[in-house]
Design a protein around this ligand. Sequence first.
Ligand SMILES: NC(=O)c1ccc[n+]([C@@H]2O[C@H](COP(=O)([O-])OP(=O)(O)OC[C@H]3O[C@@H](n4cnc5c(N)ncnc54)[C@H](O)[C@@H]3O)[C@@H](O)[C@H]2O)c1
Length: 270
Amino acid sequence: MFDSIFVTGGAGFIGSNFVLQLISQSVGKIINYDKLTYAGNLKNLISLQNNPRHVFVRGDINDAEVLAETLARYQPEAIVHFAAESHVDRSILGPEEFIKTNVTGTFHLLEAALAHWRLLPAQRRERFRFLHVSTDEVYGSLGPSDPPFTEATPYAPNSPYSASKAASDHFVRAYHSTYGLPTITTNCSNNYGPFQFPEKLIPLMIVNALAGKPLPVYGDGKNIRDWLYVGDHCEAIWNVLVNGRPGETYNIGGQSEKSTSMWCGRFAVC
Ligand SMILES: NC(=O)c1ccc[n+]([C@@H]2O[C@H](COP(=O)([O-])OP(=O)(O)OC[C@H]3O[C@@H](n4cnc5c(N)ncnc54)[C@H](O)[C@@H]3O)[C@@H](O)[C@H]2O)c1
């Protein structure tokens, strides 16, 4: 279906699950472009070590030159963009890195994608997609009696992380409406599953509970979050990549809304 797909952040939690799923799809080469920050781990992809269909390139989405060279060399027919700073608590302690990676980095990737797309032969240009993976946190937070988010929910980001993702979503949308780049955005809920870095809620709770340490819950724990298995998320991304309409946004959820205080009483006294 695609002879070559360029994935950013494919050594991170969701990206590596996606790359492992892609290997079983009708895709020729997977170009995995990742800076390998603290959140990237090539051990997630150990099973692809000798697979010639997986090409790993250590690179930064802010490095316009390396991005352009890599796109020119591998001529991908799609870009799936996971690379980001993704942890809310870190964004509160130091927002600048989030602006550099999530906003400026996405801008550089869009610029490189646009230049690449414009040079593709007509048929491949028609097929090309830029899929931007974002979060439902751009819509703000849900109270116990609020209806779920929809694609029409107004943006109301509450943390530097979600503000940086919201800004990147707007740039992705603008590159479609201004330049015609065939972009699609997906906004998903909280993922869980293999390879998640243990700073995130579920692995953190498990690791702390096993060690008999306190379980940190934000505020009164009454905020509602939807939980999505990472494998289901990756299947949905593939579906959107193949069947989605350029210029559209697709929300991806697990229909499993829970308050953070679900942890209370099971493992912790909150
Ligand atoms: N994890 C979730 O529950 C969740 C929920 C909604 C949306 N998302 C979004 O999904 C995407 C992936 O999330 P994740 O949880 O896998 O993140 P992650 O933090 O586990 O992985 C991010 C990856 O991006 C790479 N990276 C960071 N900066 C880079 C740069 N400048 N250039 C190239 N690579 C860089 C890292 O090395 C890492 O491999 C993110 O865009 C995030 O906003 C995640």
